[in-house]
Design a protein around this ligand. Structure first.
Ligand code: IPM
Ligand code: MN
Length: 353
């Protein structure tokens, strides 16, 4: 049966990088031999400014009923209130579809892309599992006496036993399938005592996985280790906000925002795949944006769709391309957006020969 995929280009460079992602998807489908259909949606800031609609009523039901995956470009535009469209599209999709895992692999394809001295691909190969529905992102916040000297502003870090347990369990399952079988929990339970729930849940779930090496780091120290000894990490599981922050650091360690991808996952149900980078409005429509991160998100999407051969093929294609010397730099403008997409397509076709 053909896979049904929804594509949302979104803002800034989003539509361009999604176009390249879909181009690569077509090449992989042809080579690996599977069928799919893509429905493209126009939502984003332009659409909102024209119509007043961020996502139409019923859109979540459509995603849930008609699609297996959503490929998202990027969201963010300085013409509207900070965070409005991000919350209304990325946030809404994560929360309303309960995509509780934010999976962010951090893998270095070639040492010349790593800003850390003497670190090689053998040192940078980890998977971050970021909780994706709770914490400061749960939406419990407010202002009292707004604008006055007496103003009070709060935002609550919300953790539920169920929310913590399911994401920790997911991370253990990933660790189980990896060679090193090691998991690190990253939190700040020494200062944020609410995270004691994470400490206890990690210990309890961990008892079910005696073969997995279990480790802990406070988030401040984890940032230090990520730079000093990235080879210490295999699978790491952490809260929503810390996961947001530390995976930008991870993105730089693996070669920059041009390469870092993520999956917003609810196992077995519709899930959303995107790059970690933003919409970079200054590069919009200039054919300068690097689409590799979105292409890597397509690779994660294939895995979710159960197209394991296609996913492996695309991973190998990216590895072959990035480990060679054809890519001058991962930075915007170093290559054309379409040029990079074409290079990946060529590698995919080569694997099919
Ligand atoms: C990310 C982004 C989002 C987040 C923004 C756009 C709301 O930074 O996916 O990492 O904070 O989760
Ligand atoms: Mn982020």
């Amino acid at each position: 049966m053909a896979h049904n995929i929804a594509a949302l280009g979104g803002d800034g460079i989003g539509p361009e990088v999604v176009r390249e992602g879909l181009k690569v998807l077509a090449a992989v489908a042809e080579t690996a031999g599977f069928e799919y259909q893509v429905e493209e949606y126009p939502y984003g800031t332009d659409h909102y400014l024209e119509t007043g609609v961020i996502l139409p009523d019923g859109m979540m039901d459509t995603f849930r009923k008609d699609f297996e995956a959503i490929l998202l470009g990027a969201i963010g535009d300085p013409r509207v209130e900070v965070g409005l469209i991000e919350r209304g599209i990325i946030g809404a999709i994560r929360w309303d579809l309960d995509l509780y895992v934010n999976l962010r692999p951090i893998k270095l394809y070639h040492e010349r892309f790593c800003p850390l001295k003497d670190k090689t691909p053998a040192d940078v190969d980890m998977v971050f599992v970021r909780e994706n529905t709770e914490d400061a992102y749960a939406g419990m916040h407010g202002f009292v006496h707004k604008g006055s000297p007496l103003e009070v502003s709060t935002q609550t870090m919300v953790y539920t036993r169920e929310g913590v347990e399911r994401v920790i369990r997911y991370a253990f399952e990933i660790a189980k399938d990896r060679e090193r079988k090691q998991i690190t929990m990253i939190d700040k339970a020494n200062a944020v005592r609410a995270q004691d729930l994470w400490t206890r849940t990690f210990a309890e779930v961990g008892e079910e996985y005696p073969d997995i090496k279990q480790d802990h780091a406070y988030v401040d120290a984890a940032c230090m280790w990520m730079v000093k000894n990235p080879e210490w990490f295999d699978v790491a599981v952490t809260t929503n906000l810390f996961g947001d922050i530390i995976t930008d650091l991870g993105a730089m360690v693996q070669g920059g925002m041009g390469i870092a991808a993520s999956g917003n996952i609810r196992p077995g149900e519709v899930s959303m795949f995107e790059s970690i980078h933003g919409s970079a409005p200054k590069y919009k429509d200039q054919n300068k944006a690097n689409p590799i991160a979105t292409i890597a998100a397509v690779q994660m999407m294939l895995d979710h769709l159960g197209e394991k051969d296609g996913a492996r093929m695309l991973d190998t294609a990216l590895m072959n391309l990035l480990s060679g010397d054809r890519i001058k730099s991962m930075s915007a403008g170093a290559h054309g957006t379409d040029e990079l997409g074409d290079m990946v397509v060529k590698e995919v076709h080569r694997l099919g020969e």
